[in-house]
Design a protein around this ligand. Structure first.
Ligand code: A3P
Length: 293
């Protein structure tokens, strides 16, 4: 364990959010008991976590689809490594949905039995970078950075929560045969939410009626989530985490290619060079532009 700075704590080579992490919980993580019907959403930060939490919650809970339950997204799919409400995860009813930013080598060993399902959502890393930059300047639990130039260096060096993006996705992909895992991109969700929801349902072996699929899609759009306090972490940011300024939101732009509005030509070239050298022969496809097919 290494206290890297006021905001980060490094445990077994991976950076956690210091304000939310509990070392005793992390020590026990490997042995956390997995049930066959558990479902895990795994992401690198800012890759569509909250969106996937909302989609899975809508798929699993009828009361969420028809608005008869009043439970926030984070409570339906809590973070495994940040048990901020001190819930007893062993007492949660099945099927449990968990969320996690953990790297492949720190997740509970029981996932290797390949019964429980993992949905890994990834996003083009330039948009992750920009989203992360804004988010870190907004919430008090993350280190603020004055310029994108400085943030770019931190991100590329992995001096952020989640460590290096390249290691996270490569690690999970290269060890995919050890797990029951499906990879899906943020951009897939964005470009065709309905067919992505159907893909997710098929992976989870959940059969929903056409009407129910419509209800999931309707309530998982950016606009609907942005103005739904249960879906946009409104409560948690204002009460548990804390925001530096009032006018922020977890759901910021929600698009593909916002990096083009922020990165200079030089920064972009530097990113491309590092991306190329780190992602050689990596088969998953990244979509960098909203108009790209
Ligand atoms: P931006 O900052 O680019 O807007 P995470 O939940 O992993 O922290 O990711 C947050 C990012 O996902 C934010 O990106 C947020 O706007 C985006 N997001 C959340 N819900 C979304 C939705 N329904 N549609 C599109 N983007 C969404």
């Amino acid at each position: 364990m290494d206290n890297m700075n006021e905001y980060l704590i490094n445990f077994k080579g991976y950076n956690f959010e210091k304000a939310l992490a509990n070392i005793e919980d992390l020590e026990k993580m490997e042995d956390f008991e997995i049930r066959d019907d558990d479902v895990f959403i795994i992401t690198y930060p800012k890759s569509g976590t909250i969106w996937t939490q909302q989609i899975l919650s809508l798929i699993y809970y009828e009361g969420h689809r028809n608005n008869t339950e009043n439970i926030s997204t984070i409570d339906r799919a809590p973070f495994l490594e940040y048990n901020i409400y001190n819930l007893d995860y062993a007492k949660m009813s099945s099927p449990r949905i968990f969320t996690s930013h953990l790297p492949y080598y720190l997740v509970p060993k029981g996932l290797k039995e390949k019964k429980a399902k993992i949905l890994y959502i990834y996003r083009n890393p330039k948009d992750v970078l920009i989203s992360f930059f804004h988010f870190s300047n907004w919430v008090v639990t993350l280190e603020a950075t004055d310029t994108i130039d400085h943030y770019l260096e931190k991100f590329l060096d992995g001096k952020v929560v989640g460590s290096r993006w390249f290691d996270h996705i490569r690690g999970w992909y290269e060890h995919r045969h050890d797990f029951n895992i499906m990879f899906l991109s943020y951009e897939d969700l964005k470009k065709d939410l309905r067919s992505s929801v159907l893909k997710i349902c098929s992976f989870l072996k959940k059969e929903l009626s056409e009407e129910d699929v419509d209800a999931v899609v309707r309530q998982a759009t950016f606009q609907n989530m942005k103005y739904d306090p249960l879906a946009n972490y409104h409560y948690i940011v204002n009460n548990k985490v804390g925001a530096r300024k009032k006018d922020g939101c977890f759901l910021r732009k929600g698009t593909i290619g916002d990096w083009k509005n922020h990165l200079t030509v030089e920064q972009n070239e530097r990113f491309d060079m590092i991306f190329k050298s780190n992602m050689k022969n990596f088969p998953l496809k990244f979509i960098w532009d909203i108009n790209e097919q």
